[in-house]
Every structure is written in structure tokens, then in C-alpha cells.
Design a protein around this ligand. Structure first.
Ligand SMILES: C[S@@+](CC[C@H](N)C(=O)[O-])C[C@H]1O[C@@H](n2cnc3c(N)ncnc32)[C@H](O)[C@@H]1O
Length: 324
């Protein structure tokens, strides 16, 4: 049995607890004090471990993300000077503060909580779910916010139907075994009139071909081993790239060719560079998508009022209000 440690999260408010549902029979869950939640009908229990309610028994294929977000807990978190995650949130969701203020919002695959940080700053009440142990990091990062994290799988969410005003998922569903099914499963949890926003990797630009080739091998490595290799490879290829660019005539094409075959992230911040390169090479699943595909999925769900964001593939739609 896992040990129950000091909770990092406050107890759930009554209205949040009212939407928690048993994964086996759908009954409303009851709080079992600090131990977690229990189903009064079928008696299935969901333990609280380190203050986080766990609706999965393991991280499954997402263990590399658990490692990643424990290793880089705050690298991408906005602060007084830096508003990079907010810029991404705007470009990848096309949501504005007015869309979120006072709303109950679900962040699917919240990672360490950088986008929930933005949404709560804009006045939303956010529930974050993540399949990996990243849920622990998000809870810690956002302990002073209107935020609750659960460790849960998008394919088995512990919520009653039509619970949320807005659901967003940024950079997550292409990392599941079936992106289309993952997108379509979210419709059920959205209130009529609510917004569903997803951001997925783009299939238009083929820059990633070689990283996909290497990933066939790298995703099988232990996260610690891959991270150890990248600690040398990322600075090596980055510095080689920068150095070659200074060589007249042949330098730039050569740098481009090497980058094409051994892609590493080229952000200025070395820590962000490591994090994003690890994020490319570690996941087991990483599908790419087009607007045509995602629009068809939204159409099948009956979504209306469609928008695209600035950075592909960003799609937002509205579930039709009741009675139409
Ligand atoms: C690339 S990270 C993105 C995290 C966050 N949205 C962000 O952009 O910072 C992908 C996240 O999706 C989570 N994830 C993958 N499959 C999932 C699933 N089936 N259910 C819930 N979360 C999942 C991973 O654990 C990981 O934290």
C-alpha cells in the first residue's frame, strides 16, 4: 500500500466533489477523509497518495513524462518577467480571459501546470488531470491557486457527464494510442454551450521525420538513460550548429543538413532546450494531424462556432446549447 503523506491540496469544494464519479459504476464518489475517495455503490476505492487522488494504478506509457516534469518542474512556468506560457496559451487555444473568468475548466494532460497557471491567473477554476506523476508537480506549483490535480487517464475520467464549461488539452492527445478517440471522448464531459479546445502536433511540415526515426529507439530507453545521453548530445549539436553557421558559404547548408538528421531544440535557454528535446525523443506515442482531420472529428461531435488558433493544429469549437 502506498503511504499517505501530508496533502498538498486543500479538500475539494462541495460542488467539485459532486462531479466525481466512479470509474466502474458511475456512482457519485464519497470522500474517505485523507485516504481518498470511495464508491458507496460498488465500494471501489481511489487512494490519495501525496495528497493527489489517483484514478490510475500506474503511469503506463506516460512514465517518461512523469520523469520530465519532476526534472523540469518550473522551467516553463510564467513569472513576473516571463509570459511565454501565456503567449503559447493564447496562440494555441484562441481563448481570452473573458472565456475563462469564473468558469469550471478541465485541463487534460496538465503536465506541471504551466497552462493551468495562466487559466487560474485569468480567473478560472481549473481541474487538471494527467496520466503521469506530473499531477504531483502541478499540484505543488499551483498550491496557492483555484486548482485541483488528479492522476487520471483521458480514456477513463472520473467525472459526471456535462461537468465543465471549458475543456482544453494542449500538446497531449497526440501522445495517446488513439488521438481521435481521445478528442471525441471529451465531448461527454462538456456542458451544452461549452468550449472544447485541442492543440495537436501538425502533420503539414515534415521537419520531424528524422526525430521520429530516432524516437523508435529512444522511447524504449529508460528516461534517466535518454536524459543522460541528451545532456551531452544537445549542447554538442547546438554548439556545432551555431559554430557552422559562422563559416562562410558551406557553413549554413551544412548546419541545416546536420540539424535535419539530428534535430535538437534550438531555444536560447539551455534548460528549455534540454526539456523540449527530451520531450521529442521520449514519448512512445506521437501522432501528427491536419486541420481536415480534426475538423471532421469536431463535425462528428456536432460542434459549432469553429475557430483555429495561430499555431497549428489549434482547434476550438462549441458544443451546441441545449434545446436546439
Ligand atoms: C507534452 S506533455 C504536455 C503537458 C502540458 N499540457 C503542457 O503543454 O505543458 C503531455 C502530457 O500528457 C500526459 N498524458 C499522456 N497521455 C495521457 C492520458 N492518456 N491521459 C492523461 N494525460 C496524458 C502526459 O503525462 C504529459 O504530462
Amino acid at each position: 500500500m502506498p503511504t499517505i503523506e501530508q496533502p498538498v491540496q486543500s479538500p475539494l469544494s462541495a460542488d467539485l466533489q459532486a462531479i466525481l464519479s466512479c470509474l466502474s459504476c458511475g456512482s457519485k464518489l464519497e470522500s474517505d477523509q485523507a485516504a481518498g475517495y470511495v464508491c458507496p455503490s460498488c465500494k471501489r476505492a481511489y487512494p490519495n497518495v501525496q495528497g493527489i487522488a489517483r484514478f490510475v494504478d500506474a503511469q503506463h506509457y506516460a512514465a517518461s513524462f512523469g520523469f520530465q516534469w519532476h526534472r523540469y518542474q518550473t522551467t516553463q512556468l510564467d513569472n513576473e518577467e516571463l509570459r511565454e506560457s501565456e503567449r503559447h496559451f493564447l496562440a494555441k487555444t484562441a481563448l481570452r480571459p473573458d472565456d475563462l473568468r469564473g468558469k469550471l475548466v478541465l485541463d487534460v494532460g496538465c503536465g506541471m501546470g504551466r497552462f493551468a497557471e495562466v487559466a487560474t491567473r485569468w480567473g478560472a477554476r481549473v481541474v487538471g488531470v494527467d496520466l503521469s506523476a506530473a499531477a504531483e508537480v502541478a499540484a505543488k506549483n499551483l498550491a496557492d491557486r483555484d486548482f485541483t490535480a488528479f492522476q487520471a487517464d483521458v480514456f477513463a475520467l472520473p467525472f459526471a457527464p456535462e461537468s465543465f464549461d471549458v475543456i482544453y488539452s494542449i500538446g497531449v492527445l497526440h501522445h495517446t494510442p488513439d488521438c481521435e478517440a481521445a478528442v471525441k471522448t471529451l465531448d461527454k464531459y462538456l456542458k451544452p454551450g461549452g468550449l472544447l479546445v485541442v492543440w495537436l502536433y501538425s502533420g503539414y511540415n515534415k521537419w520531424y521525420r528524422f526525430s521520429d526515426f530516432w524516437r523508435r529507439y529512444t522511447h524504449k530507453m529508460k528516461p534517466e538513460t535518454l536524459h543522460g545521453i541528451l545532456k551531452f548530445a544537445v549542447p554538442f549539436f547546438y554548439n556545432l550548429n551555431q559554430g557552422l553557421k559562422r563559416v562562410p558559404l558551406v557553413g549554413s547548408p551544412l548546419a541545416g543538413a546536420i540539424h535535419h538528421v539530428f534535430p535538437v531544440n534550438r531555444q536560447k535557454n539551455p534548460e528549455a532546450r534540454m526539456l523540449d528535446t527530451f520531450d521529442w525523443y521520449s514519448p512512445k506515442y506521437q501522432s501528427k494531424h491536419t486541420y481536415e482531420q480534426v475538423f471532421r472529428w469536431y463535425e462528428a461531435m456536432g460542434m459549432e462556432d469553429m475557430h483555429v488558433g495561430e499555431i497549428s493544429i489549434a482547434v476550438r469549437g462549441r458544443k451546441p446549447p441545449r434545446g436546439r
